[in-house]
Ligand binder design. Structure first.
Ligand code: FAD
Length: 297
């Protein structure tokens, strides 16, 4: 199938993009970033916007949409930073390794060369890795509209399957992924039918240890088991103990209790629940090993 007709806009700067979006927003304007999710939706006529606002020309350094900025507090990713650019950014990996750990699991290199991190967040697929990363870390998305901008916390950003807080007329200009305290580790584990497919289930984990290598914080974010990423704090289940003797099975049980997976052609709900528990143990254990580093092993 071919897309239904639309008007194509290619603004040259941010003001022009926001003007066009303000004008067409209520009539079904859609932002085109990497196009790796939107173009298939258009071709299958699962989306039929009257206007497409292509932001790919907004790459100038003065606009700052294609940047990946890593600082002590975290990593800010601009709306035109491709998955591949973030995956390969050494400064971003040093500040927030979970980004690279998750991005290696997103689709295939060809798609990562084109798709954007911010586009993935706005697309808000409950099976996607990056929304889980943002939710786990308590990050945020900056949304601009004509005349202003607002920063929306991850907890309010994902509102349903394929639904985010980005309103018609708004452009997501960047996302912020906070750093974790010292002696923290992260991991992302998932199972997909084929490498690069969306995961049947996946778990991102973050663990923080104190100076005696006892767990002081532990949480996971699960994908493909709810309408939005499901964040579960498992510090009570496994906290206070040395990482080496943590009760990961109790943490997995807490995770299984919190999720509400659905069945589809790929897996039953029971299988997804079981798989998520297994992946939670793997991810938490490996995050704890990373947190301990060479000193704690
Ligand atoms: C074969 C295949 C496999 C894939 N596998 C995975 C996978 O395993 N995991 C995964 O996470 N993803 C996967 N993807 C999706 C891929 O990661 C996309 O790149 C990503 O979901 C969207 O990024 P994009 O830049 O291509 O956005 P687009 O396709 O351009 O846009 C997606 C949606 O977000 C909106 N949007 C985009 N940018 C903005 C913005 N700045 N402001 C406001 N709205 C915006 C668009 O209007 C549209 O509604 C796969 C895609 C394909 C084709």
């Amino acid at each position: 199938m071919k897309p239904s007709p639309f008007d194509y806009h290619a603004p040259a700067d941010l003001d022009e993009a926001l003007d066009v979006l303000a004008r067409v927003g209520p009539d079904g304007g859609k932002v085109l970033a990497g196009g790796q999710s939107l173009i298939p939706l258009l071709n299958m006529r699962l989306a039929a916007p009257a206007h497409l606002v292509d932001i790919n020309r907004l790459t100038g350094p003065d606009i700052g949409l294609a940047t990946v900025e890593a600082g002590p507090g975290g990593v800010r990713v601009g709306a035109l930073a491709r998955h591949a650019a973030v995956e390969r950014s050494a400064p971003a990996a040093a500040v927030q390794p979970l980004l690279g750990q998750a991005l290696r699991l997103v689709a295939h290199p060809v798609i990562r060369n084109r798709g954007t991190v911010v586009g993935s967040l706005v697309h808000a697929d409950p099976s996607a890795e990056l929304p889980a990363v943002l939710a786990l870390l308590g990050g945020s998305v900056r949304l601009a509209h004509r005349g202003g901008e607002r920063e929306v916390a991850a907890a309010e950003f994902f509102t349903g399957p394929m639904e985010s807080a980005a309103a018609p007329g708004e452009l997501a200009v960047s996302a912020f992924f906070p750093a974790l305290p010292p002696r923290s580790g992260t991991a992302f584990c998932e199972v997909a039918r084929r490498h690069g497919d969306y995961a049947m289930a996946g778990v991102a984990a973050a663990v923080t240890l104190d100076e005696d290598f006892r767990i002081v914080a532990a949480r996971v974010a699960c994908v493909s088991v709810g309408p939005i990423p499901v964040v579960v704090d498992v510090a009570d289940a496994c906290g206070g103990r040395p990482a080496a003797s943590a009760d990961w099975a109790a943490a997995a049980a807490a995770v299984r209790d919190r999720i509400e997976p659905e069945a589809d052609i790929h897996a039953t709900a029971d299988y997804r629940r079981h798989l998520t528990g297994v992946l939670a143990v793997r991810a938490l254990r490996s995050a704890a090993v990373e947190a301990a580093g060479e000193e704690g092993t």
